[in-house]
Design a protein. Structure first.
Length: 127
């Protein structure tokens, strides 16, 4: 059984040169809290709701390329990693979204803290 539901496998990405305005529109249109940032096809970071709040609070122009403000210390989960381990990583790094990568380093999905909590709750209710 796959930990990732079909909707969690559909990872929304943007290019590091995309303006913040376009990235925020993607987040709103897709009702998501994070976007994986790529450069030349490689993952270079993640842009989250927290990053967007910081952009607004600091008065950063929405024409700024997302790569200049995205979180670059990307914490990832491995496909097949236990949900408990993923949850612990999220707590340790104080993050709410974590890309899931396969053995080739390709992003195959993304999990939110809500996804992790739901899974852990379901596992404890039905051991």
């Amino acid at each position: 059984m796959s930990l990732l539901k079909p909707t969690q496998r559909n990872v929304i990405t943007c290019n590091s040169s995309d303006p913040l305005r376009i990235v925020a529109e993607k987040m709103s249109k897709n009702n998501i809290g994070s976007v994986v940032v790529t450069e030349n096809g490689k993952v270079v970071g993640i842009f989250t709701e927290r990053d967007l709040v910081k952009v607004v609070a600091e008065g950063i122009s929405l024409d700024t390329p997302v790569g200049q403000v995205a979180s670059k210390n990307l914490v990832t989960a491995r496909k097949g990693e236990s949900i408990l381990s993923i949850g612990m990583k999220m707590i340790e790094h104080q993050i709410r979204h974590i890309p899931v990568i396969d053995d080739d380093g390709k992003v195959v999905g993304i999990l939110s803290i809500r996804d992790v909590l739901r899974q852990l709750t379901a596992e404890s209710a039905y051991p």
